[in-house]
Ligand binder design. Structure first.
Ligand code: IMP
Ligand code: MG
Length: 375
């Protein structure tokens, strides 16, 4: 993966030249169809749109006028919400014409709203919006975007005209802001220790990505994938799912490491899985920082799980299967602790107490880990 630095931030390659070219051609074609026999007025929004505008112009095969607006809305990597016009367009160039706004990117839609307001006041015959990139998750307005090159997730991108504080506009492909890695951890403990409950609170508070093999299995089983069908047999018996199946599911997820960090819940469950996880992470230049184990006495676990079985609807939450799952844990899974202990990456946290109490203990343990290793 290519990396570049602009000012103080690192960006990684994201969308290549071919994909961009395809999107540009698509937009050009759609506008040709819309134009019919009219000469449209393209209103390019500077500065960001200058690259898109020139490439679009090369692909657009019908007569057209080109006009330019210059606006400013972004500071750094955040939309300021206040849009200023720096270069305006004369009314007679717009009046009675089919007008197509050319935007590089539509994010919140603040800039666009301002442009539409300004252009409507100049009485065009019709007004359409074309953008190369569109962030639907960030868009706050109702105004329809007529021609979209491609939709992208709500991430900050540079290149192909787009800048980070004026740098990066001349990059021929798109780069995205690299997330600063915080921590990658394994939340560990016997069934019923509260891993799932705690992990969900941690991802809320820390913005990490949650990877629960239990959820993965249930998802694959529900969708009756090949991996899911194989896993089902073992899960219904309360047995551990064989490594190849689990690892296949994990591989799919770790393939996209674009997050502040992973919390693994229910994986690794064997020393072999721990070794495989290390290898998968290393391939992505990542490392598991710590295994945090929630400590809860055995009889308390049985009580908790039987209680959960009354409402969870999970077929493996009955006392007989529970005792079998615990036995499996103590023979095959517990040795994973030693694997991390030997690497100096093991912390035990008391898992008995209220959800909030246990969560505070976990956060304290995590803060200690962060101090140990700046990523
Ligand atoms: P909006 O007003 O929030 O829709 O933002 C539109 C303007 O913000 C664009 O014309 C860009 O100049 C800038 N912008 C929005 N998102 C990005 C991005 O991901 N990278 C660089 N500039 C952006
Ligand atoms: Mg712009």
């Amino acid at each position: 993966m290519k990396e570049i630095t602009l000012h103080d931030k690192t960006f990684t390659s994201y969308i290549g030249k071919k994909k961009i070219a395809k999107a540009v051609k698509k937009v050009a074609k759609e506008i040709e169809i819309y134009a019919e026999d009219d000469t449209v007025v393209f209103v390019s929004v500077l500065k960001g749109s200058f690259v898109f505008t020139t490439d679009l112009a090369k692909h657009y095969k019908k007569p057209a006028f080109f006009e330019f607006y210059r606006l400013k809305s972004y500071e750094g990597t955040n939309s300021t919400g206040n849009v200023r016009i720096l270069v305006d367009i004369d009314k007679e160039l717009i009046e009675g014409k089919k007008v197509v706004v050319i935007e590089d990117i539509v994010d919140t839609g603040n800039t666009l709203e301002k442009i539409i307001e300004e252009l409507q006041a100049k009485n065009p015959a019709d007004l359409k919006i074309a953008t190369l990139f569109f962030k639907p998750e960030a868009y706050k307005k109702d105004y329809p975007i007529d021609f979209v090159g491609m939709e992208i997730p709500n991430k900050f991108i540079v290149g192909y005209g787009l800048d980070y504080d004026e740098l990066g506009r001349n990059l021929p492909e798109i780069y995205k802001l690299k997330e600063k890695r915080m921590i990658d951890l394994v939340l560990f403990g016997p069934p019923g220790a509260g891993k799932g409950t705690q992990a969900k609170i941690l991802i809320e508070k820390l913005g990490l990505t949650y990877i629960a093999t239990g959820d993965l299995f249930r998802h694959h089983i529900k969708n009756q994938t090949e991996l899911g069908k194989k896993a089902q047999v073992f899960i219904n018996r309360g047995d551990l799912v064989p490594d190849e199946i689990t690892i296949g599911m994990i591989e799919e997820i770790v393939a996209d490491p674009d997050t502040k960090g992973f919390i693994f819940d229910g994986f690794p469950r064997t020393v072999k899985q721990a070794e495989v996880l290390d290898k998968l992470m290393k391939e992505k230049d990542l490392i598991i920082d710590v295994l945090i184990s929630l400590d809860v006495p055995k009889e308390r676990l049985v009580k908790r799980l039987v209680e959960r079985g009354k409402t969870s609807g999970r077929v493996d939450d009955n006392e007989e299967t529970i005792r079998h799952r615990l036995a499996q844990y103590y023979s095959f899974t517990e040795p994973v602790k030693r694997y991390y202990k030997e690497q100096g990456k093991f912390i035990e946290v008391d898992g008995v107490g209220s959800i909030e109490e246990v969560n505070q203990r976990l956060l304290k343990a995590i803060s200690k880990v962060e101090l140990r290793g700046e990523k």
